[in-house]
Design a protein around this ligand. Structure first.
Ligand code: ZN
Length: 216
């Protein structure tokens, strides 16, 4: 499942992908992540998406690497066109260094052949330590020859009945379903079912098996 930079680039060539967007993750996919991936795939200047979960050393309370990979396999298999998405693992130690770590993770993806890189909210952050959008601003200060795709905070809006951000939806916070990992982990620990607006049923089934978080 892990491919070297040369192997990933060769696969891009085989698929005739010239402009590829990289997606960093250390989480199982929920619908807010999927929204960023889909918005990226809608772009005319994007040939394909590399979903590149970090499966090296993570921290206590993160998902087990095999759970992240299996959850993504389910999402890709059931929901994405096979010729537009490549899923590969990346075994590096995750550094929770906020903006600088986000920049580092983008440079790594550049080495794998990605010309674009998705930066959501609070990438590589820890707790409330970093401003959640500093990880986007740092790309303005250090041009690394990768186009950062910066997204606003994404949520499911009950009034819109869709995924949205403050850029696309008129409604206030009371209509937003909380799609945060904290909320998802809370529900998991209580054995609650998660609505499909937050997580795909195929992904929820992977999580429902239990023992999905790293104990240390
Ligand atoms: Zn709305």
């Amino acid at each position: 499942m892990e491919l070297s930079p040369a192997e990933v680039r060769a696969e891009f060539d085989r698929r005739r992908w010239k402009n590829v967007a990289g997606y960093q993750t250390r989480n199982v996919p929920h619908t807010a992540h999927e929204y960023l991936q889909r918005c990226t795939l809608e772009r005319e200047d994007v040939d394909g998406l590399l979903i590149h979960p970090v499966l090296g050393r993570l921290k206590k309370g993160d998902y087990r690497p095999e759970v992240i990979l299996e959850a993504y396999q389910e999402l890709v298999k059931h929901y994405y066109p096979a010729d537009r998405v490549l899923l590969a693992a990346l075994s590096i130690t995750m550094r929770y260094g906020g903006p600088k770590a986000a920049l580092f993770l983008a440079i790594v993806r550049k080495n794998y052949g990605c010309g674009l890189y998705i930066v959501g909210r609070d990438q590589a952050g820890v707790g409330k330590y970093y401003d959640p959008f500093d990880c986007q601003r740092i790309f303005d200060r250090y041009p690394i020859d990768v186009v950062p795709l910066k997204f606003a905070e994404t949520y499911f809006c009950r009034e819109c009945g869709w995924m949205a951000t403050g850029r696309t939806c008129a409604h206030s916070a009371e209509f937003r379903l909380n799609t945060s990992q904290t909320r998802i982990r809370e529900a998991l620990s209580k054995g609650e079912a998660l609505p499909k607006e937050i997580i795909r049923p195929e992904v929820a089934r992977v999580l429902a098996r239990g023992d999905v978080l790293l104990a240390e």
